[in-house]
Design a protein around this ligand. Structure first.
Ligand SMILES: [Zn+2]
Length: 212
């Protein structure tokens, strides 16, 4: 089902029905007072809920569902022997020549933007987001890679994101080149590839030489 949340100006899809959405919210310890109020109204007489109230129930239930998924992915990541040490080390090497190295890549439907955290607070960890800007309200936050290569999934992480990271870690240059060929822009500096040779190779030679 596709829903539109007017007050947030967003459309989203859900596979839940209303009963399932309500029962998910009822089991969520972090549920908001606003959600509790809607649940109470639902239980009093669900036919009196407005279309927007129903959309809010589905929206909050989808957030609860995603939080549960992230907890699950975190447990899987903690147990798994996979890490992203090669990716971390490649970023750290690039950082010796590029002040703040960033790489962008696309794997299937997943677009990743991988860069060091700004500021010292995160102990030089790498953050994995989607490719929207810092001020974009719908910017997705996928997770963090620490210096030992361990991955901590964050709010918007999915199985596809982890699969994409495994692919990137296995072939960093290949992931950059694929991005360049798919988008026509350099994975590292995001500038449009103009030179015929760069377009054919999928990466800008200056960036490539500085990174690797
Ligand atoms: Zn470049």
């Amino acid at each position: 089902m596709k829903l539109f949340l007017r007050s947030k100006g967003i459309s989203f899809e859900t596979s839940l029905d209303l009963d399932e959405a309500v029962s998910l919210l009822k089991k969520d310890a972090r549920v908001s007072d606003f959600a509790l109020k809607l649940i109470a109204e639902y239980e009093r007489d669900f036919t009196r809920l407005s279309e927007q109230q129903v959309a809010w129930i589905f929206y909050m239930a989808a957030q609860t569902q995603q939080r549960k998924e992230v907890v699950k992915l975190g447990k899987v990541a903690a147990k798994s022997k996979d890490d992203f040490k090669r990716l971390y080390d490649s970023m750290a090497t690039a950082q010796q020549k590029i002040a703040r190295p960033i790489m962008r890549t696309k794997c299937g439907d997943v677009t990743l933007r991988i860069c060091f955290a700004a500021g010292a607070k995160w102990n030089n960890a790498i953050f994995v987001n989607d490719n929207s800007g810092y001020d974009a309200s719908d910017r997705k936050s996928f997770g963090r890679i620490d210096a030992d290569g361990t991955f901590t999934p964050m709010r918007d992480c999915t199985r596809d994101v982890i699969a994409a990271l495994v692919e990137v870690d296995g072939n960093i240059r290949g992931a950059m080149v694929r991005y360049g060929k798919l988008t026509g822009s350099c994975s590292i500096c995001a500038r449009k590839l103009t030179d015929a040779d760069s377009v054919a190779r999928g990466i800008g030679p200056v960036c490539e030489n500085r990174w690797f």
